[in-house]
Write a protein that binds this ligand. Structure first.
Ligand code: ZN
Length: 266
């Protein structure tokens, strides 16, 4: 069978999202030299069965490996993604809960669309509410990523895990702040403005941080739980993306030795 017009890359494999054999295909309206193809994959290398992209297949693969019984767990996802893991969780996990953030609604309010209004940096969830917390390409848009990581750690149960995808723009370089908030809440741009598409609000999200692999130690220090950066390249699952990483935080169940662990870090 000939590939459809516009195909720049095609490969057979097994999709961890729809859990079956499939074709992964990237298309482009303009010619794509081979050396640029992988940079195009993040948005374009789609599973022809479920339309998932590489980042969704990567985080699904990690979830399947670390928590194969996820269908029976309580899972919080902030700002769910498009085709791929989020719709699958909605269909298959009764304990799946979605939040998004709108400053116009009351904190914790549940909307008629079924999502709960939560600022990831200042959540209304009780401590130890979730077995798994997920975010997909959110942490490059936060003004206070350390505060968000601390909140996520607070809401995880002991033994819980946090999984995120995030574009690692400068893997071996430095982490760069692109935009911050002034004390009176004004956005301050330190570099040229950069935006990603956003399904809510005005359709775009400002990029606040260009991350490096320092994201692991940074979020570990901020949250008090250890974070690991996993880089996966496996075309048998259609996982290839130059910025891709799945960052994993693990909230271990700790023994009580009578010390105030949080106090020790102050
Ligand atoms: Zn699929």
């Amino acid at each position: 069978m000939n590939a459809p017009q516009g195909t720049v890359f095609e490969s057979r494999g097994f999709c961890p999202v729809c859990e079956g054999p499939t074709t992964f295909r990237a298309t482009s309206e303009t010619p794509m030299p081979p050396k640029f193809q992988a940079h195009w994959f993040r948005g374009a290398l789609r599973c022809q069965a479920c339309q998932s992209g590489p980042r969704s297949r990567a985080i699904t693969h990690v979830l399947n490996r670390l928590r194969p019984h996820w269908r029976g767990l309580v899972i919080h996802e902030s700002s769910p993604g498009g085709p791929g893991l989020s719709p699958k969780l909605r269909r298959q996990c009764p304990g799946y809960l979605v939040s998004q953030y709108s400053p116009d609604l009351a904190p914790g309010e549940v909307t008629s669309q079924g999502w709960r209004n939560e600022n990831l940096e200042d959540q209304t969830f009780d401590d130890a509410s979730f077995d798994v917390v997920l975010t997909q390409d959110v942490f490059e848009h936060l003004f206070h990523p350390g505060r968000a990581a601390a909140e996520i750690a607070r809401t995880l149960r002991p033994g819980g895990i946090y999984l995120m995808t995030v574009p690692i723009m400068n893997p071996f370089g430095t982490t760069v702040r692109r935009a911050s908030l002034s004390p009176d809440g004004e956005v301050v741009h330190h570099l040229e403005e950069s935006y990603h598409g956003n399904p809510v609000g005005d359709g775009r999200s400002l990029v606040t941080v260009d991350w490096s692999y320092q994201i692991g130690p940074y979020l570990s220090a901020a949250s008090g739980i250890p974070f690991t950066v996993l880089v996966i390249d496996d075309m048998s699952m259609g996982i290839r993306d130059p910025y891709n990483a799945v960052v994993v935080g693990h909230k271990a169940a700790l023994p009580d030795l009578g010390e105030d662990l949080e106090g020790l870090r102050r």
